[in-house]
Each structure stands twice: as structure tokens, then as C-alpha cells.
Design a binder for this molecule. Structure first.
Ligand code: C2G
Length: 129
């Protein structure tokens, strides 16, 4: 049982997110998503449209996701990897290099981001309608 972990805000879920989750799941058998809490989003200078509990429901509705846990800070990844016995951490390549420090605990894989889609782009489009 190969266990994959990934992290993110996943606001206004779109096909770029799904494409990441799909490819992450394809690397193993079980996908854990560390979903940024509303409080952690504030630390990331992100304001999500949907609050944590709604973003969690949407991710749990995704066929590739097996478990959603809260992401409350930058530092928890190492303990999550140990606690959930993750074999691989997967992130989009906008994060390339940022999580290499975790290489002692699991494999670190960065996947190409899906071009031309983002929550911010969707939100700005909708505000112009
Ligand atoms: N992503 C992608 N393609 C896009 C948009 C996002 O592959 N067009 C990926 C990102 O690279 C990330 C994941 O989808 O791996 C979630 O993206 P965000 O919700 O924007 O997450 P982010 O704010 O980058 O938070 O500790 C890590 C952070 O919580 C990551």
C-alpha cells in the first residue's frame, strides 16, 4: 500500500486541482490531502471563497482522495509523513525545491502545474460578470 500526501487550499475546485490529485493518486494506492485551514490561509496571505469545511466536503467528493486532514502550519509536514506513513509527497512544480528538506522522510515529487487555470483567475472572471 503506497501512500501519497499532498497539501493545498483547493479553493473553487477546478480541473487543475483534479489533474494534480489524479496524477498524485496514480503514483500509489492511498491519497491524503492536507487541506489548508482558513487560519493557515491567512498566514499564506490567501483568502479562500469557500471556508474549510466546504472545501473539505468538495475534496472528499473527489474519487482520487482517500483522506482529508487539516493543514494548520508550514511545519507539520514531517510529522504528517511519519504519522500517516506517507511514501511520497506530491506538489505542483510551482513549489519545486521548497519541500526537498523532506527527502529524508519520503520521496518528493513535483508535478507540472496545469496551465491556464487557477482559483484566482476564476474568481476574478466571476466578479466581472
Ligand atoms: N495546481 C496545479 N495546477 C493549477 C493550480 C494548482 O497543479 N493550475 C496544484 C498546486 O501546484 C498545488 C495544488 O494544486 O500542488 C493545490 O493548489 P493550491 O490550492 O493553490 O495550493 P497552495 O496555495 O499552493 O498551497 O503547504 C503547501 C501549501 O498549502 C500549498
Amino acid at each position: 500500500m503506497k501512500r501519497i500526501i499532498t497539501y493545498g487550499t483547493f479553493d473553487v475546485l477546478h480541473f487543475g486541482h483534479i489533474n494534480l490529485l489524479k496524477r498524485a493518486k496514480a503514483l500509489g494506492d492511498y491519497l491524503i490531502v492536507g487541506l489548508s485551514s482558513d487560519e493557515f490561509n491567512a498566514i499564506k496571505n490567501k483568502k479562500s471563497y469557500y471556508p474549510y469545511n466546504q472545501r473539505k466536503i468538495m475534496l472528499e467528493g473527489c474519487r482520487y482522495v482517500d483522506l482529508v486532514i487539516p493543514e494548520n502550519n508550514w511545519e507539520q509536514k514531517k510529522e504528517d509523513i511519519i504519522k500517516y506513513q506517507a511514501d511520497i509527497i506530491v506538489m505542483g512544480d510551482d513549489w519545486k525545491g521548497k519541500f526537498d528538506y523532506l527527502k529524508n522522510y519520503c520521496e518528493v515529487i513535483y508535478l507540472p502545474r496545469t496551465p491556464n487555470v487557477s482559483s484566482a483567475q476564476t474568481k476574478s472572471y466571476l466578479t466581472k460578470q
